[in-house]
Design a protein around this ligand. Sequence first.
Ligand SMILES: [Zn+2]
Length: 185
Amino acid sequence: MDEACHTVRAQNEIMNTDFKKPPPIIHSAKTLYYAVNDESVEFTDRINLFVGEVENFKKLGEMPLLAICENYSEEKDTVLFFCDSNWEPQGVFGTKSVEQAKSKAEIGYKGITNKWISANTSEEELNKHLKDHGIDPDADWWKVSCTFCGKSQSEVEDGLLSNEKATTYICYDCIKDFYKFINED
Ligand SMILES: [Zn+2]
């Protein structure tokens, strides 16, 4: 195959997947950059990211889409998501900056450094996305708090425990209260 033909084919493949931009928010983190693992990128398998259940960890394989997102927390830390074709993260790395996330990605996906696209999400798009999901954009919706007493992560000394899907949280004070209640009679 000559070079021109190769380029056209590559572009078509990108067009086929290109497509869908990532959602403005992935797992409570704002999408800053995204990249498509197309054929100009070489998967090196040099990132050791283990996912799955505790008894059954497996190394995360090649993913078609990557995203760099910023957490809605006081620290505004940056995360690198390895996503399936629906932008559903299958693995995540916490990093300190966009630059660090990009270098981390390059280790496992050689050539991806040139592929990052700025998500450029406007405030309107963000707010619309939140409202579409029944979330009030003006609330501190991203703050994790105890489902039972409402104290936030920063208000409880011992942190919060969550259930597996992270839909409910409980603080240790509430655990103690429930324990007392259960053992009262
Ligand atoms: Zn509580």
